[in-house]
Design a protein around this ligand. Sequence first.
Ligand SMILES: [Zn+2]
Length: 331
Amino acid sequence: MKNHAIVVATVLILVFSFGGARAFAQGNADAVDAHMAAARDAAGFDFTGTLARLCVAPPRVPDTVRDVAPGPAPARDTWFIEPAKVFDNLYFVGSKIHNSWALTSNEGIILIDTLYTYNSEEEIVGGLKKLGLDPAKVKYVIISHAHADHVGGAKLMQDRYSSRIVMGGPDWDSIEKSVNGYPRGKPKRDIVADDGQKITLGDTSVTLIATPGHTPGTFSMIFTVKDRGKPLTVAYSGGTAFNFPSTAANFDTYIKSQSKMAAAAASANATILMSNHSEFDAATTKIRMLASRKPGEPHPFEIGKEAVARYFVVTGECAQAERIRLAQPPK
Ligand SMILES: [Zn+2]
């Protein structure tokens, strides 16, 4: 056994000293291909948007603080979409691109994510009213992470309806530190989310799972919805893209969070995967499909436990591929 180890070590030394760099690069390329293939197989036809965004040319982000002012609001027809009832107790009040969800209970509403500042008034406040829900009954607003496309309506809900705002500590910090990001004012620090914490309102609760990576304070969630009375568990992925500073340590954090959320989803028997971008969970497409759902047909969001597990294989494998690519010198 010992001799065998010495032989292996000697061969490795020889390989690395004679044209070793090339062999190493080839090994890396093979490993990247293997992770990409695993991600592609796991994505199937369920998560093509997630696969495209994470495995096909993800961005390289310099390790500097980005604290840019929001640009002008884009034209309304690029984002506006009608709200919709999606489950007995879950309503979509998002835009064409970003999701915001209203989870109802017997004591009010838990709102999950709040779009941009420019469209939260019309999509969320306006959407709730169109659906016959009272925005003043939003008792909690859970923010998956403090990027402008999810935290934009938090201040409005806090100021106008005294909703309690729940967010990860590091993301509260990033809001407080920001100089340029909130020209119309910041939400004030409120509830600091804790890993495993339950936000409970009457007969409904949302379990918060710390999944740092996309931002340091990203939280994912587990909650129950009802489809024509049948309870179903949702795994809500709180942060997806690789637009964090491209360091190996950040990718390690991200990869660990994907496994952690996969385990949480599996132990909760989640059969639904939701996200804060339609790109990742096909929310707007599924909501359109819902309109023509026939009696007895499964809910378009109910994809099954096995498919939910595959989602986190896609995010984890693409992250592993990108982590290896980081180590390669530019061509
Ligand atoms: Zn984000």
